[in-house]
Design a protein around this ligand. Structure first.
Ligand code: GYE
Length: 340
């Protein structure tokens, strides 16, 4: 036994000597190579880089219309462009899910949160959790209850009151201040539906012969807009002379309902809406939709500009208002290609 282990130890020693020699050789062989690959020396610095990658959570409320999809794409594209890691969630039209989505992001330790609030109320628990975790929240496209600079950093959005006012002024001109209007409102409880209604009705005060004869929610969706319009047509029939839809999708639904009822949109019934999506511009060219107030969904550049400013410690205003255009028969065709 002793002899056998002695032999084994000897054999092992021989193998090790050879192995060491081989190592030395390959190290020698590779030495010149290693010298030319100088950046290798900087590896430790490189390793720190991933820490600098910003991780941003984007809580989208839903993705059920072209406007939303354009917004989601804009955020995703811009994050990619800037090398920012994005954690994306879709609340599927449920405020409760939106709260838990934000809480998940906090657990994932994102550096910032972009939040597109479905409803004005109901998101306080999410905002509080983010505040506790010291994660800045930037509201985009709709408002939520809370204080800028305290519960969230800022709100980037269009001026919805102005949008409603512009729609009303256009309609007043088209109808010589005389119209029986059906209002198709957006999501109940959203800041945008309230403001677009308020702005519109504000202007109507100047025109006593312009009346809202029915106002119902179509939840910003085409199919709902169509269904609601069908019911209103059944109740009001030919008395309807105008439609104000809080977004293009519902306006397009209303156009379909009017046609099905044997009415001619653009002639019997003048229609105005908001957003500026491709289908709406096409409907303007077709003479069915009168006009649409633009509401720009491309939030990517402005949202990530805010984040980069926060990174540098710069001050951010409490509200950032998106500039919007106006589309009617004079410019719809020229803007179709650029629309979403
Ligand atoms: O007009 C509509 C969308 O919040 C401004 O929501 C946004 C609105 C937009 O679903 O189409």
């Amino acid at each position: 036994m002793k002899r056998i282990s002695k032999i084994l130890a000897l054999a092992l020693a021989v193998v090790m000597i050879f192995a060491l020699a081989a190592c030395g050789q390959s190290a020698q062989k590779e030495a010149p190579k290693a010298q030319t690959e100088e950046p290798k020396k900087e590896e430790p610095a490189k390793k720190e880089e991933p820490k600098k990658t910003i991780k941003v959570g984007f809580s989208q409320m839903e993705n059920n219309n072209p406007w939303r999809i354009a917004e989601t794409n804009s955020i995703k594209e811009e994050a990619k462009k800037r090398g920012i890691e994005l954690v994306y969630t879709d609340a599927q039209s449920q405020t409760a899910k939106q709260v838990s989505d934000v809480e998940d992001m906090i657990a994932q330790k994102v550096d910032y949160i972009l939040l597109a609030p479905r409803e004005f109320e109901g998101l306080a628990p999410a905002l509080q959790s983010a505040k506790k975790a010291k994660i800045p929240v930037i509201l985009i496209d709709r408002a939520a209850a809370g204080k800028a600079g305290e519960d969230y950093v800022t709100l980037i959005a269009s001026d919805f009151i102005k949008e409603g006012q512009e729609a009303a002024e256009w309609l007043a001109k088209q109808t010589n201040g005389k119209a029986n209007i059906v209002e198709l409102t957006g999501t109940t409880g959203s800041s945008v539906a309230k403001d677009r209604s308020d702005g519109f009705k504000d202007v109507l005060k100047k025109y006593p012969d312009m009346k809202v004869i029915a106002s119902q929610t179509g939840d910003f969706a085409r199919a709902n807009g169509q269904k609601v319009m069908e019911n209103i047509i059944q109740a009001k029939g030919k008395a309807i002379t105008a439609v104000y839809a809080h977004n293009d999708e519902m306006a397009i639904g209303a156009i379909q309902a009017l046609k099905a009822a044997g009415m001619t949109p653009g002639k019997d019934v003048i229609i105005v809406s908001i957003d500026g999506e491709k289908d709406a511009l096409k409907a303007i060219v077709a003479g069915e939709l009168g006009a649409t107030v633009e509401c720009n969904p491309r939030f990517g550049p402005s949202a990530f500009d805010v984040i980069e400013k926060l990174q540098k410690g710069e001050k951010i205003p409490e509200k950032i208002v998106n500039p919007d255009k106006f589309f009617d028969a004079s410019n719809a065709k020229d803007n179709i290609d650029a629309a979403y």
